[in-house]
Design a protein around this ligand. Sequence first.
Ligand code: 5GP
Length: 190
Amino acid sequence: MRDASVGEILVQPDDLARRVRELGSQITADYEGRDLLLVGVLKGAVFFLSDLMRHIAVPCELDFMAVASYGSATDSSGVVRILKDLDVALEGRHVLIVEDIVDSGLTLQYLLRNLGARNPASMEVCALLTKPARLKVDLEPRYVGFEIPNRFVVGYGLDYAERFRNLPYVAVLETQAEVPIQAPTRGAQS
Ligand code: 5GP
């Protein structure tokens, strides 16, 4: 039974699977002859990343970062703290940052600056979702799954107060007030 807080479905499971396959093929073609390091941003990108990686055919390794982004329940401020750093060095590596969603872009801007300073051979971004209407910074992920309207969404790894990550689709969250918030800032880990 569907939770009353879960509203319109914006991306159906079949469309997620098809697009993830397409992105995997595109990344495979673009990185032919190179080894890739996928950097997943915990926790929201985990479902997308694990599906995506199975459709990438060049040699690839995996590492994770966890960041806390300060702000309200649904708005990030751009002030970011690293909760878990990478285990591997980026020097000389071809890095693909895998994000669940780019909203204002402030978190991604911070990550690009921080990881870019570690001298990777190349660095690109693959985001499952973007909200073009909300973008506050001048950056464009090289790979984007879907552009969505300015709505707060959950499912396929995306949470609200740690709930709804297990939904097999991406849907609008209708009634945020009814979901108890466990932390004073927007979920410590995205
Ligand atoms: P930004 O710094 O781009 O404003 O925010 C990026 C982070 O905010 C994402 O990684 C995600 O954790 C969170 N976020 C932004 N929009 C949404 C949304 O619609 N749903 C969920 N669940 N998280 C979001």
